[in-house]
Ligand binder design. Structure first.
Ligand SMILES: Cc1cc2nc3c(=O)[nH]c(=O)nc-3n(C[C@H](O)[C@H](O)[C@H](O)COP(=O)(O)OP(=O)(O)OC[C@H]3O[C@@H](n4cnc5c(N)ncnc54)[C@H](O)[C@@H]3O)c2cc1C
Length: 436
């Protein structure tokens, strides 16, 4: 069986790649080992940059029809709910002034429903291994479909098979992971008396509590815990623990009873962090969580996975479709460019997400003091606040300089009121790829 592209994994990254490449008219086969997407509480917050790309693929309309919740503020709060730092997305360019939340399976369904006519999605088909040509180039994959195994040959393979990617390992790309020492427990809270109207990150002495609305009068709540904090807990101890940690944060006390009612919805999650050193080898691109992972607090993962997809489509456009030939040399030139461009941007996103995370999740006395100072100094500095808002939105990345970071620690900033001019192209990180 021959295809232009075979995408391994139908998560957000793989489906985004299939949307972007299907729009170029390429014949794309997407395979996923699961018959149904896993119902995990991940990837629910879409930044404006991610939404811009979803709009260009016709996906946002479907999400909105399915009740996506739009929010305009991302707020860091103290335990009483007083804002310490507010990212006001209302100051972003028109059309990009909100982030949106929805369940991950609904985001996947909306992506699947938007695949073009040249894309085929097969669920329940797992990838066993890559197929190598005599030159060592990847030329397809061996898949297993029930009892049957067969080979799919393609000009390009995309490894979008998630965090523990089999394909990434098989081609010898080994990321160095620097996972966070804490864990997150997530709860889905149904029918609370009051639903939040923004995404709030509460800074407490015991770490982060993150809270945002989901469609259908629900709330997602993440609680940071030590790795062994809940070890050996039965239902009664868990309920007592949940009551205690929520009562500790006055603003979250109204959630105690509905959260206890949803105790069984809890999921314990480790928090990985890495950027793969390479994102391509001849014949194969690594994309999405197979290639990078950041702390969920900054809600950057899908943004980055979608930008991977659009960047790959733009490079293929430049190297292949322009010449009208999809040969191995042109594909590999596109893959090299893709890898080089994405690694640079992903490292910037990783560093930004990590600094934001450290500010809020540190539980040591010094870490907490430095984190709170950085939050306060960013709020007091309109120039920094504007830069951070754009960086988080995924619309335009301007990494903080050493001077910016010293300002966050207390150095006086004479330019604090000099706002950076909006990027020449309103949403350049995403739009750059959409336009090309
Ligand atoms: C707790 C948590 C919260 C998060 N919250 C956010 C957020 O709010 N906003 C945000 O932008 N990002 C968030 N992220 C990150 C986001 O979820 C990921 O960036 C995104 O899911 C990446 O999608 P993916 O397609 O690369 O991986 P996945 O969603 O993991 O998909 C991989 C797919 O590959 C399939 N697969 C695996 N192996 C094989 C095989 N051998 N053959 C065939 N198929 C295979 C799997 O079945 C799966 O469907 C969060 C992550 C976590 C862990």
């Amino acid at each position: 069986m021959n295809q232009d592209v075979v995408v391994c994994g139908a998560g957000a990254g793989g489906l985004a790649a299939a949307c972007a490449l299907g729009n170029l008219g390429l014949r794309v086969l997407v395979v996923d080992k699961r018959r149904q997407p896993a119902n995990v509480p991940k990837g629910e917050v879409l930044q404006p940059g991610a939404l811009a790309l979803l709009r260009s693929w016709g996906v946002q309309r479907r999400l909105d029809e399915r009740g996506a919740v739009h929010l305009t503020d991302l707020v860091v709060r103290d335990p009483h709910g007083d804002p310490l730092l507010r990212l006001d997305y209302g100051q972003l360019p028109a059309g990009n002034q909100s982030l949106a939340t929805h369940d991950y399976p609904v985001i996947l369904q909306s992506l699947s429903d938007s695949l073009g006519p040249s894309v085929e999605l097969r669920r329940g088909v797992g990838v066993c291994e890559p197929l190598f040509g005599t030159s060592g180039r990847v030329e397809g994959v061996r898949v297993s479909d029930g009892d049957r195994q067969y080979d799919v040959r393609a000009a390009m393979v995309i490894a979008a098979d998630g965090l523990s990617s089999k394909l990434r390992r098989a081609v010898g790309i080994q990321p160095r992971r620097a996972d966070y020492s804490h864990r997150l427990v997530s709860f889905e809270i149904r029918d609370p008396a009051q639903t939040p109207t923004d995404l709030s990150a509460y800074v407490t002495d015991r770490g982060l509590r993150l809270c945002y609305p989901l469609p259908g009068n629900r709330i997602r709540l993440y609680i940071q815990i030590r790795a062994d904090e809940l070890r050996g807990f039965g239902p009664a101890e868990l309920a007592a623990w949940l009551r205690l940690v929520l009562t500790d944060v006055p603003s979250l006390r109204p959630l105690v009873e509905p959260a206890l009612a949803g105790l069984n919805s809890r999921q314990l999650l480790a928090v990985p962090r890495f950027v793969a050193p390479h994102l391509s080898v001849p014949g194969l691109a690594v994309l999405g969580e197979a290639g990078h992972a950041v702390h969920p607090m900054a809600a950057q993962g899908m943004n980055s996975s979608f930008t991977d997809a659009q960047c790959l489509a733009a490079q293929l456009c430049a190297h292949i479709l322009r010449n009208g030939v999809m040969d191995a040399d042109a594909v590999d030139a596109a893959l090299r460019e893709y890898g080089q461009q994405r690694v640079v941007n992903l490292i910037e996103v990783d560093q930004m997400s990590h600094r934001a995370t450290t500010m809020i999740t540190s539980t040591s006395r010094v870490g907490r003091a430095l984190g709170r100072r950085a939050v306060r100094r960013t709020t007091a500095n309109p120039r920094l606040l504007r830069t951070v808002t754009y960086n988080m939105s995924g619309l335009h990345m301007r990494p903080l300089s050493m001077l910016d970071r010293l300002c966050q620690l207390g150095l006086h900033d004479f330019r604090a009121r000099r706002l950076p001019s909006p990027p020449a192209r309103a949403h350049d990180e995403s739009a750059r790829w959409c336009e090309s």
